[in-house]
Design a protein. Structure first.
Lengths: 608, 358
């Protein structure tokens, strides 16, 4: 009994030529040097301003330390309400995204790899489509005379137009639409690694399909489901575009309050206090997740419970979960047995497969179709935004290209996207090399530091940078926004490049070294060319992050200096006009093009 | 003994790809039958068809006289041990073994007794509360067996169950599986690509190649009477050459292309002028001393002598370029030097004519 099957999955670490304990501490730290630029960058433009802005909540008007801001916020029923609404909306969005995302992930995980790659693009398409474009599409669709109400009226389902917008329904539709792809993409890798033999084994052991699904399949999916739930919930907490445009006064979320406090009331302590609340809520969810499920399962690793201390709370949840899935298994089994008796066996089997396909298509239509309605709306000859225009005209495109506001905004977005993408790529790639190819104490902590711009709500970063920049006179400058967007994009770059490096065969480097290549030569002639598709993909991701970014731009742009999302936002708040549909269509085309480009890059990266 | 399993002209096609040509197979109660063959030979397809994990294109399957062709796997009452064991990672060892019993709605006390009993049977009573990943490969293997045995399935199917283990452990587990087979009198359908495993464990071996059965028989039959060139080559080592039948009778006389003749004790239903292959096992070839004679003798140059522990391999190149491999028990006696001319001989009873066309 020497070999353990479980341990054999782990690839053997590449042997270091020098035993680590023989080296001095200084030379031991040398491989970690590439981390330094990114850490310095994050300290100056992320940690320092964020800590500073959060500490504002602890001071009163005279600069004395006080907890008055907190007592005020907790005694004010308005804030309490907003907090409650924020949690309610985030919670419902999470539930809808998981329930809707599960059949999609299930279908994708169980289809053959070739169709999976093709289908994943369609799921990701709305994820890449500009946030504002999607919200705009829903505004067209959900309005009183929108396409959906017209359909409902035509079918006789409702007598009068249903109110689908400026309320909770509209907000939830928009937010689940935004979050579903995230839920699917988080669940999919976990579901793909589930060993198909387990279901087959359960079948030979006498379990019916319902029993297999609930007792064997769902427990295997749990790491994916809980990770997806956490990601969606935390992301939802920081939303403001969707509730602002699709919700009513009752759907004011915490982020909107922060924006109002600063932009209209210039009340820094109040904004800071609300930011602390938002950040605290995110961190609480994050920590709770780590305690119950374990952060390692985020990275797709199995949460090894045997190796660590299991909290009683986690054990209780575990037992509860078991009881629930076992009960559901038996229940569905009994129900399925009835159904099976009514239907002939082949038909029963087809029913199962058919349901899974039908659910998949239903969710896919929900994800893809709404955005397409902006295209016909952009060609309207009239002055109103309609999903079914009478006629065809390019006048709104002409209007866009003739307007200096739109063209300069587009130019700014392009320049900022490219520049911040480059900054993020250089800093992130260096860090990724240090992270992927070294084992060191505190690696998890280092990763947490790098990923923290993703965890801290964007609005907090935006407010923090606004405060910092207002003293450095960087507000309203290209440089300022490039730095800010690089902060937001760099975690994606690190994750992408680390993933590419994880599959990189380091023996190629060793081979090059044996043949006489130095470190730099190896890097320049072997490593970088091989991972180039991955680097381009990371760059594209960073570019899109910047190109679509509104929250930070909302604070750091101003006067005649605007970005595309910022310009769209101002127009959307003022009035909906067909110019927006034209801009949205242009963005849709560009983003789709980039997505397919990225997909091709990813595929050629996979060939190595 | 009664017939346990019968597969009647069963086949499987995926579009134009034939995974299994029509195959007929029968197993008696308590038999240990091994499907042996290279990868892609259709052995796992056949096993999956019996298990009900895939549906046959044509043909029928009977278990205990019942036609089960279209029954789901769950209703066939089979046990299966998977190559990677397929232990449920989220359930304890106890719950893994209890799973089939729970699916059969057995009572708690009954389940407990059954689980304890099989854990004793596989000598692992102490691991009940652990999770599968906390066990070593060999232990996981035994638990997979226990999970199968616990509900007393009528047939246990094993799909390369020892493939993931190292050599020593594999041999140990072979004995363990064989012990359980004998002790419990279970019927086992076993899949492997390892010929030694098949030879040492099976009552009968079903040799498969190119999606069809090459030969079914006891290990000895397959070894000493291979029915085809493939069978002769796959099981054990062999010297195979082509020849033409010169005459038949009490002894068959074969003529090689180079003009030499080979005498074979028995024919195999071949007629004069048939083109056939004949073979002789390396361990039946002997290095002959001066003046020693056999029915068949060849002269050649000794290429090398390879010492592999218990026996020694001797490679000889004949004058016409044919290579012959001889194998003899290592005795310590001095062997000829490399490059020396040697004589190899074998008796006519040790050569086999492979059936024409095979």
């Amino acid at each position: 009994m020497t070999a353990t099957a479980a341990r054999e999955y782990e690839p053997p670490p590449v042997a270091d030529p020098v035993a680590p304990r023989l080296r001095s501490p200084l030379s031991r730290a040398k491989p970690l040097l590439p981390l330094a630029p990114l850490f310095a960058f994050l300290v100056v433009f992320f940690f320092f301003p964020v800590v500073q802005i959060l500490s504002l909540s602890l001071f009163g008007e005279g600069g004395t330390a006080t907890i008055a801001n907190y007592t005020k916020i907790f005694s004010d029923p308005l804030y309490f309400d907003v907090l409650l609404i924020t949690f309610k909306i985030a919670g419902w969005t999470t539930v809808i995204s998981i329930v809707g995302g599960f059949p999609v992930a299930y279908y994708l995980a169980n289809t053959d790899p070739q169709s999976r790659t093709a289908l994943v693009i369609w799921v990701l398409l709305p994820f890449w489509t500009s946030f504002l474009v999607r919200t705009f599409a829903w505004m067209i669709l959900l309005g009183r005379s929108g396409a959906i109400n017209q359909l409902l009226l035509a079918l006789g389902i409702v007598d009068a137009p249903a109110s689908l917008i400026f309320n909770l329904t509209g907000t939830l539709i928009g937010m689940s639409h935004a979050m579903l792809p995230l839920a699917v993409m988080t669940m999919l890798p976990v579901m793909q690694t589930i060993d198909g033999n387990l279901s087959r084994a359960a079948e030979t052991l006498g379990a019916g399909r319902a029993q297999i699904f609930w007792r064997i399949y769902i427990p295997q999916c749990m790491p994916g489901i809980s990770a997806a739930a956490m990601m969606v919930f935390i992301s939802s907490l920081g939303f403001f575009i969707t509730p602002a445009l699709l919700g009513g006064a009752r759907e004011t979320m915490l982020t909107q309050v922060i924006i109002t406090q600063i932009q209209e009331l210039l009340n820094w302590p109040a904004a800071s206090t609300a930011s602390v609340l938002l950040l605290a809520a995110s961190i609480v969810v994050f920590v709770a997740y780590d305690r119950v499920v374990g952060l390692s399962s985020l990275a797709g690793g199995s949460s090894d419970r045997s190796a660590r201390w299991v909290s009683p709370w986690s054990r209780f949840l575990d037992r509860l979960g078991r009881a629930v899935v076992n009960g559901l298994g038996s229940l569905c089994d009994a129900f399925g047995a009835r159904l099976a008796r009514l239907l002939p066996d082949p038909m029963f089997r087809r029913l199962g497969r058919g349901t899974s396909l039908a659910l998949f298509l239903l969710v896919l239509v929900f994800l893809l179709v709404p955005t397409l309605f902006v295209i016909p709306a952009s060609f309207t000859p009239g002055n109103a935004v309609q999903a079914n225009p009478n006629g065809f005209s390019l006048r709104w495109y002409e209007a866009v290209f003739a307007s200096s506001e739109w063209t300069s905004a587009a130019w700014n977005s392009l320049v900022i996207g490219l520049a911040s993408g480059m900054v993020a790529l250089v800093l992130g790639t260096m860090a990724a090399f240090a992270m992927a190819w070294n084992r060191f104490l505190g690696k998890t902590a280092a990763l947490a530091v790098i990923l923290s711009p993703l965890i801290v709500p964007r609005i907090v970063i935006a407010v923090a940078l606004f405060f910092l920049y207002s003293r450095l006179e960087l507000v309203g400058t290209v440089t300022g926004l490039v730095i800010a967007h690089a902060v937001l994009a760099v975690p994606y770059v690190v994750i992408t490049v680390m993933a590419v490096l994880a599959t990189y065969d380091r023996r190629l480097d060793q081979a090059a070294a044996v043949m006489g290549a130095g470190r730099w030569q190896t890097l320049r002639r072997i490593t970088l060319p091989i991972i180039r598709p991955g680097l381009l993909s990371a760059f594209l991701f960073a570019f899109v992050t910047s190109f679509d970014e509104l929250t930070v731009a909302l604070f750091l742009t101003g006067g005649s200096f605007n970005t595309l999302p910022r310009q769209m936002w101002s127009d959307l708040l003022l009035q909906i006009n067909p110019t927006l549909a034209a801009v949205a269509t242009l963005l849709l085309v560009v983003m789709t093009g980039l997505l397919f480009l990225n997909e091709r890059l990813r595929r050629s990266a996979g060939r190595h | 003994m009664s017939e346990k399993l019968r597969a009647e002209r069963i086949s499987k096609r995926y579009q134009s790809v034939v995974a299994l040509s029509p195959t007929t197979l029968s197993m008696r109660d308590g038999e240990f039958l091994t499907l042996l063959g290279p990868s892609g030979s259709g052995k796992t397809t056949l096993l999956s068809l019996v298990a009900g994990l895939i549906e046959p294109t044509e043909g029928d399957i009977w278990i205990d006289g019942q036609r089960v062709t279209h029954e789901s796997s769950a209703k066939r009452g089979l046990g299966m041990v998977f190559q990677n064991y397929a232990l449920f990672p989220h359930l304890s060892i106890y719950e893994n073994i209890a799973f089939p019993l729970r699916m059969r709605r057995m009572g708690g006390a009954e389940i407990d007794a059954a689980v304890r009993r099989v854990l004793d049977l596989v000598h692992l009573p102490q691991v009940a509360e652990r999770l599968p990943r906390e066990l070593s490969g060999g232990q996981q293997q035994r638990i997979a067996l226990a999970r199968c045995i616990v509900y007393e399935p009528s047939i246990i199917l094993m799909d390369e169950p020892l493939g993931a283990l190292d050599k020593n452990l594999r041999e140990h587990m072979q004995t363990e599986i064989k012990r359980l087979h004998v002790e419990l009198g279970i019927t086992v359908l076993y899949v492997t690509h390892d010929q030694e495993e098949a030879l040492s464990m099976s009552d009968r071996i079903c040799l498969m190649n190119n999606a069809k059965v090459e030969q079914i028989g006891t290990p000895a039959e397959l070894y000493f009477r291979p029915a085809s060139v493939f069978a002769a080559g796959f099981l054990g080592e062999s010297n195979i050459a082509s020849a033409k039948v010169l005459s038949t009778g009490a002894e068959t006389l074969l003529g090689s292309p180079d003009g030499s003749t080979v005498r074979v004790a028995a024919g195999a239903g071949c007629r004069a002028d048939d083109k056939v292959n004949w073979m002789v096992r390396p361990e039946r070839l002997q290095l002959l001393g001066d003046g020693e004679m056999r029915e068949n003798v060849r002269r050649g140059q000794l290429l090398d002598v390879v010492f592999v522990g218990g026996f020694t391999k001797i490679n000889v190149r004949l004058d016409d370029g044919t290579m012959l491999l001889a194998k003899e028990l290592t005795s310590g006696r001095s062997l000829p030097e490399r490059g020396q001319t040697v004589r190899l001989g074998w008796s006519s009873a040790d050569a086999i004519v492979l059936p024409p066309g095979a």
